[in-house]
Design a protein around this ligand. Structure first.
Ligand SMILES: [Ca+2]
Ligand SMILES: [Ca+2]
Length: 135
């Protein structure tokens, strides 16, 4: 970043004039992260939860499927919504599909967003994000 101008701020304190020169910074990048809607549990992206989602998730966890599961879109894979993608998510999908276990938390069954913040304003939840280079 480079300063593109200077803003002068004047204060009148007890009959004395105090001035500050504050640089105005140029924004060098016009990029931001945009949330995308998704269905929790739909790892394959076909809007359904089935055995294909278990397979994609297994391949990802085995380290052989980096191109089919986007690291910026792990919300669908976090079936049990514990902010981790691990074998427990596969177990939960199996439980849901074959033993009528609990369905995933929202967003499910309809597409939606997982944009939650904690008490400090930090993002929680894995969600689904896309880097947008334009404003
Ligand atoms: Ca699917
Ligand atoms: Ca999880």
């Amino acid at each position: 970043m480079k300063a593109i101008a200077t803003l002068t701020i004047l204060f009148l304190v007890t009959s004395s004039l105090i001035t500050f020169a504050v640089p105005i910074w140029e924004v060098s990048s016009r990029s931001f992260w945009e949330p995308l809607p998704f269905v929790r549990g739909d790892v394959s992206g076909d809007t359904r939860i089935n055995i294909a989602d278990m397979i994609v998730l297994l391949e990802y966890l085995a380290g052989g499927n980096g191109d089919r599961l986007d690291e910026n879109c792990l919300g669908p894979a976090d079936f049990n919504d514990d902010n981790k993608v691990d074998i427990a998510d596969i177990v939960c999908i199996m439980d849901y599909l074959f033993t009528q276990g609990q369905p995933p938390e929202a967003p499910y069954p309809d597409e939606g967003y997982d944009i939650r913040t904690d008490t400090k304003g930090e993002m929680v939840g894995l969600g689904c994000w896309r880097l947008n280079e334009e404003l």
